[in-house]
Write a protein that binds this ligand. Structure first.
Ligand code: AMP
Length: 561
């Protein structure tokens, strides 16, 4: 495996292979097989074009050839930061075909996060959209090339502009290189042959607890299995039309079953430029979308809009909702308002996925997050302190191991020693219980993360930034319930001198290059924080206090500062 990744024990590998979970097929080769099978069916629908499976396969070959011409090859890391466009799929598969490893950044990430991703992965290139209103990705990429020595190229999906450096190259103008196919790619070990399917295909990001995202190595084998297993659970087939609403870099959109599960099944993927109901309802009606996946916040917005505008959503058969807690009242509205079935999805980019099934009783679909997608998923519910298994039905921390769950983050041995048990179970940080029927219910979490909409924000990261403000003495970040976002980010601050204002803190964070979705929504000023017996900030008590203060001060809605 790529140096810096944690290999699995040989007996486990043998077991997953023997049972057929791991098919031993690199993803680049899988696309070639899909293209041979589905040929002229439409694979991808973007704003300007419809791309068949055969066209996608040829496009990927052309790009792969160009990448090889630029010297990008086996084991090279490339940070990819694109909006929801077909190019995302084409670039990823071309990287797979040359054996290079995409690192998925979010379009919302800014210099702070990008620098970290490029440094930790030692990426050699950054893929960005062309000139467009809103944000200057080319400028961001130029500063990365200056700040991170490994980054030597910016690849542009779209218009790279005329006034540019020689290391900025449009995808359409890639040089012709040696012909590349999945069959002629070198392995990361340096020999000729297919990429090793047990090796890393791409890196997802952890919505983690640590100061900055950790890189999650996903292998060809494990992800290939994930997309097959989830496509089967969701009954995806050639007639499936999937709308990619959430960012394509999310595990949920990319492979649960998402884009890859639908391509595996011969269906069509339609890209939504943004998640607004106006945009998405139009696409659902126009393209006959049958399946899509959203976070509860978006489901909420869609339903509010649908109640008024009565859009034509007749083609939509199933709405997957996941990534954050779905409240019962919202779950109950899905069928009546949108006229489709609901599927609850719980999961993590690290691996394990649970889903409710189409034939589950209403109680299960409305009130649980379903069962694991694979019979080989091992889940245990343990006391987060002692690690002992709790009694059946009791709440505890979910720990898990299985054929598509990682065994270690990339280049993070110290963190790995805490994030995994000695026998390789991943500590999810989620508090769950399992019903007698075997369905999982998420009850809370022990990890210090705010889940705002579906975005995960590390409290530790934000606290580190906040204490950089001259008028912040101490900072603690907690989640406060919010009617639409689910949770809002509340910065609790003990001032040093004049108390800072929320607007000042946001400006400071923005100028430090922190992504907008991590900015605090609320600010509470304290003289002292409640402490635990071990003299640490008692986040539970602080969150309860912040919540009390907020509900006293405002009856709903966020205040701006
Ligand atoms: P990510 O890796 O970004 O998808 O984040 C994974 C985390 O999101 C999980 O560990 C949970 O904390 C949270 N999560 C995902 N799905 C759900 C859900 N259906 N209900 C509650 N929390 C969820």
């Amino acid at each position: 495996m790529l140096e810096g990744c944690v290999a699995r024990p040989a007996d486990e590998v043998a077991r997953y292979r023997a049972s057929g979970y791991w098919a031993g097929e690199p993803l680049g080769a899988a696309l070639r097989r899909w293209a041979a099978q589905y040929e002229d069916r439409v694979a991808l629908v973007g704003a300007e074009h419809r791309i068949t499976y055969s066209e996608l396969d040829s496009w990927v070959d052309r790009l792969a050839s160009g990448l090889r011409g630029l010297g990008i090859g086996a084991g090279d890391r490339v940070v990819i930061q694109l909006p929801n466009v077909p190019e995302f799929v084409a670039v990823c598969f071309s990287l797979f075909r040359v054996g290079a490893v995409p690192v998925f950044a979010l379009p919302a990430h800014r210099s702070h996060e990008l620098r970290h991703l490029c440094e930790i992965s030692q990426a050699i290139a950054h893929v960005v959209p062309g000139r467009q209103p809103g944000f200057d990705y080319l400028g961001l990429s130029a500063s990365l090339r200056e700040q991170v020595p490994s980054v030597r190229l910016t690849l542009v999906a779209g218009d790279p502009g005329t006034d540019r450096a020689s290391d900025v190259i449009g995808l359409d103008e890639l040089p012709a290189g040696a012909a590349v196919s999945a069959r002629t790619t070198r392995t990361t070990a340096g020999g000729e042959g297919e990429p090793d399917p047990a090796d890393v295909a791409f890196f997802l990001l952890s919505g983690g607890t640590t100061a900055l995202p950790k890189l999650i190595p996903r292998t060809h084998d494990d992800y290939g299995y994930q997309i097959r297993a989830t496509a089967e659970v969701c009954g995806v087939g050639p007639d499936t039309v999937y709308l990619a609403v959430l960012p394509v870099e999310f595990n949920f959109t990319w492979g649960c079953p998402g884009i890859l599960g639908v391509l595996h099944s011969g269906g069509t993927v339609v890209f939504a430029p943004d998640p607004s109901p106006e945009e998405c309802f139009g696409l659902i009606a126009k393209e006959g979308v049958t399946l899509t996946s959203v976070v509860p916040t978006i489901a909420h917005l869609w339903m509010d809009e649908a109640e008024h505008s009565r859009p034509d959503l007749t083609s939509l058969r199933c709405l997957q909702i996941g990534s954050a807690k779905l409240h019962r009242e919202v779950a109950e509205r899905v069928g009546p308002v949108l006229g489709c079935s609901l599927q609850q999805v719980f999961g993590m980019a690290e691996g394990l996925l649970t889903m409710t099934r189409a034939d589950d009783p209403a109680e299960v679909v409305l009130g649980t997050q379903g069962r694991p997608v694979s019979p080989a998923d091992e889940i245990r519910v343990v006391d987060p302190v002692t690690g002992a298994q709790v009694a059946p039905g009791e709440v505890g921390e979910l720990i898990t191991r299985g054929p598509y769950t990682l065994r270690g983050y990339y280049r993070a041995p110290e963190h790995n020693s805490k994030a995994f048990t000695h026998d390789g179970f991943f500590r999810s940080g989620d508090l769950v219980r399992v019903t007698p029927r075997g369905d999982l219910v998420v009850e809370g979490r022990v990890k210090d993360v705010v889940i705002r909409g579906g975005d995960k924000v590390s409290a530790t990261e934000l606290e580190g930034h906040l204490i950089g403000h001259p008028h912040v003495g101490q900072a603690a970040v907690v989640a406060v319930p919010h009617p639409i976002l689910g949770e809002a980010i509340c910065a609790c601050v003990i001032p040093d001198g004049t108390p800072p204002r929320l607007g000042q803190l946001k400006r400071m964070l923005r100028s430090a290059g922190v992504a907008d979705f991590k900015l605090p929504d609320l600010l509470e000023i304290y003289d002292a924080f409640p402490l635990t017996g071990l003299r640490k900030v008692d986040k539970k008590a602080l969150a309860a206090d912040a919540r009390r203060r907020q509900s006293k001060r405002y009856s709903g809605g966020l205040h701006e500062g």
